[in-house]
Design a protein around this ligand. Structure first.
Ligand SMILES: Nc1ncnc2c1ncn2[C@@H]1O[C@H](COP(=O)(O)OP(=O)(O)OP(=O)(O)O)[C@@H](O)[C@H]1O
Ligand SMILES: [Mg+2]
Length: 245
């Protein structure tokens, strides 16, 4: 079976004057279709850099990235944009909804970019909003919704294009714990339905909700295995949110 995501010795190096920052310092990994992976690590460990590469928002300095068997590490911006639109659904901490567009129009946006007819955009957007239980809010503006509802709209937008991978960067970061739990439960449900999910978080207890955890520190993988908090965060207690050394 071909991995959906394959990193082969990936580096991302930022040259800052005389010194080089190794944001990603030689990461290799494989993620298969249907997995629910959490990438966890403290601030500055390289999670967002990793997410940007997985999500084809950025390319590595060195190494190869195969997405669904295709080498995307040397593609130009237009090629990357096309791959993003076809293969990836994004969920961000701050929802990234467009305030002037209705809920439905926000969900339609990636479908518009994908070149679907207006009728198809509307049908798919409504289907997606139904999945997250917000079809009745289709004509509202994002500002008229609660934070949790806005995040569900952004999930609907991520799902609308039927992506191969759902990438979520700190999706519960702006939510209270109850609403955050609802969003995580929804991601779990999507996983049970067969979706591939990559969740980025600094929070061990959130990472523990995934099926597999990759722990990064200083741009390197220091754990890759089952999402057992005693294994991937051995010095943390179950209630801790962060390991600081
Ligand atoms: N554009 C950039 N230029 C220079 N250094 C960068 C750049 N982007 C990231 N870095 C550095 O790379 C390292 C990893 O950053 P990254 O944003 O991936 O961390 P993170 O794990 O997402 O942290 P956080 O949890 O705070 O979001 C950090 O040391 C950061 O300062
Ligand atoms: Mg980050």
């Amino acid at each position: 079976m071909t991995p959906l995501i394959e990193f082969k010795d990936i580096y991302k190096i930022y040259q800052m004057g005389d010194s080089a920052v190794h944001a990603i310092d030689g990461i290799s990994m494989q993620v298969y279709s249907g997995e629910f992976l959490a990438i966890v690590g403290p601030s500055g460990s390289g999670k967002s850099t990793c997410m940007n590469i997985i999500g084809c928002l950025d390319v590595p300095t060195k190494g190869s990235y195969f997405l669904d068997g295709k080498d995307v590490s040397h593609m130009n911006d237009n090629e990357l944009a096309e791959i993003r639109n076809k293969k990836l659904g994004f969920i961000f901490q701050q929802y990234n909804l467009i305030p002037k567009l209705t809920v439905q129009q926000n969900v339609e946006l990636p479908l518009l970019y994908a070149g679907l007819s207006e009728k198809e955009q509307a049908a798919r957007a409504m289907e997606s909003l139904e999945r997250v239980g917000l079809a009745d809010k289709a004509k509202n503006l994002p500002s008229q919704l609660s934070g949790g509802q806005q995040q569900r709209v952004s999930i609907a937008r991520a799902l609308a294009g039927n992506p191969s991978i759902i990438l979520a960067d700190e999706p519960t970061g702006a939510l209270d714990s109850k609403t955050g739990k609802d969003v995580l439960d929804f991601l779990k449900k999507l996983h049970q339905e067969g979706n591939t999910i990559v969740l980025i978080t600094h929070d061990n207890t959130i990472a523990a909700q995934a099926e597999r955890v990759i722990r990064v520190a200083d741009g390197k993988v220091v754990y890759d295995g089952i999402a057992d908090i005693r294994k991937f965060a051995p010095i943390a207690h179950a209630g801790d949110t962060e390991v600081e050394q």
